[in-house]
Design a protein around this ligand. Structure first.
Ligand code: GDP
Ligand code: MN
Length: 381
């Protein structure tokens, strides 16, 4: 789960990282009001979950509250990389002397978190990484020991930070490490961390990505999820404990198990089709869950056929079959469904479905071929 800049910076602040004074607003009037409170030059920043807002015109400076209102009106009507702007952050403007990059993520190859820093921070850090990777310093952190003081000093030296800022830099690097581990993040990033003209360090931008699998330990962070920007179907899926990812194809997939779901998508592609989604209904899927999954798949107007692939283990074939029938009682649809059921109570399940005149398949290959044909408007016996 990605956090917005304003959310990330609030967390950074709790961990002792200096951030500019400011607040988030959902309307231009509110933005103006915040600017009046701050009583200084401010920067107005679109809150969308993509990078490169600056270059897209989503970050602008304003001299006075009236200007803030105009600019906020403009930014709040923008779309950045396809995402509508619903909120702006109004922050006290900083006068920047130098922009630094500082971030932590997991280095899977090294099986350790890695802290990265660069004196060439700011909006072009991706370019720096591509063209002059030697300008990015990397230090691995032993997860049991945490970030050591000497490591933070090492980084400060390597990016040529003035000596009198090392102590504050140490506090910030430590704060970032503690925020990263404390929130079970997979990314915590400050870009830019700026040296201001009055020789201070302050986090102007913040980005955090949290590990979805750890969110149950952080109900307060889970509440920060921005429902505005998620596909409605994905929200619905989460409610029923389904793993669902919407894709662009036209064959809806309902599968139990992530590995089997990926296999199903692969085999659809092998026979020339395109999956409309990834959907793992999980083990022991109840009739209610199956019904919810079917509703979610059918809410996508692109879907022209559905392939249901269930390997019965804990999940019983007859239970899944009854779930489908129950769902089809509520949801009337003309979309053809191909069902491949194997494993526990598969025979009973197939019987129930065959009685209901659904298309059944013995093998996955057979099921994939049939769904591809149906999605293309063909018929199968
Ligand atoms: P991003 O483009 O989405 O990464 O957004 P950032 O928050 O990093 O802002 C992009 C750039 O805008 C920064 O690198 C700065 O150069 C500039 N910027 C952001 N806030 C301020 C500010 O308070 N004062 C000034 N002068 N520039 C700012
Ligand atoms: Mn940035």
């Amino acid at each position: 789960m990605k956090l917005h800049e304003y959310q990330s910076k609030q967390i950074f602040s709790k961990y002792g990282i200096p951030i500019p004074k400011g607040r988030v607003a959902s309307s231009a009037e509110e933005a103006k009001h915040i600017a009046e409170e701050l009583g200084k030059r401010v920067v107005i920043k679109s809150q969308v979950l993509v990078g490169g807002r600056g270059k897209a015109g989503g970050i602008r400076l304003a001299k006075n509250p009236d200007e803030v209102e105009d600019i906020a009106t403009e930014i709040l009507s923008m779309e950045i990389k396809g995402l509508p702007v619903r909120k702006v952050l109004v922050d006290e403007a900083a006068s920047i002397e130098k922009e630094i990059y500082l971030g932590i993520t997991n280095d899977r190859a090294a099986r350790k978190p890695v802290m990265m820093a660069s004196a060439a921070g700011g909006v072009d850090i991706e370019e720096v990484a591509r063209n002059t990777p030697e300008k990015i310093i990397k230090i691995h952190i032993d997860p049991l020991l945490g970030l050591r003081d000497y490591q933070a000093r090492d980084i400060a030296g390597s990016i040529d930070l003035p000596r009198d800022l090392w102590r504050l830099f140490g506090q910030i690097a430590n704060g970032l490490w503690n925020a990263y581990t404390g929130c079970d993040a997979t990314l915590a990033e400050i870009n830019p961390l700026v040296i201001t003209s009055d020789k201070h360090l302050i986090a102007l931008d913040g980005k955090m990505v949290l590990d979805d699998n750890a969110l149950f330990r952080h109900p307060d962070l889970a509440d920060m999820r921005d429902l505005d920007i998620e596909a409605q179907s994905e929200i619905e899926a989460r409610k029923y404990g389904l793993s669902f990812i919407k894709l662009d194809g036209n064959i809806g997939c309902m599968v139990n198990g992530a590995g089997l779901a990926m296999t199903t998508m692969d085999i659809i592609k092998l026979f020339g089709g395109e999956p409309a989604n990834f959907l793992d209904i999980g083990g022991g899927a109840s009739a209610e869950k199956v019904a919810a999954a079917l509703r979610i798949i059918l809410s996508d107007p692109n879907v022209k056929a559905i392939l249901l692939n269930v390997f019965g283990g804990i999940t019983r074939g007859d239970e899944v079959a009854r779930g489908i029938l129950a769902a089809l009682n509520d949801i009337k649809t003309q979309i053809p469904m191909v069902v491949r059921l194997v494993g526990t109570n598969a025979e009973e399940g197939r019987q129930i479905l065959a009685n209901a005149k659904m298309i059944t398949a013995e093998t996955l290959v057979d099921a994939a071929k049939k769904s591809v044909a149906l999605a293309a408007g063909g018929m199968v016996q």
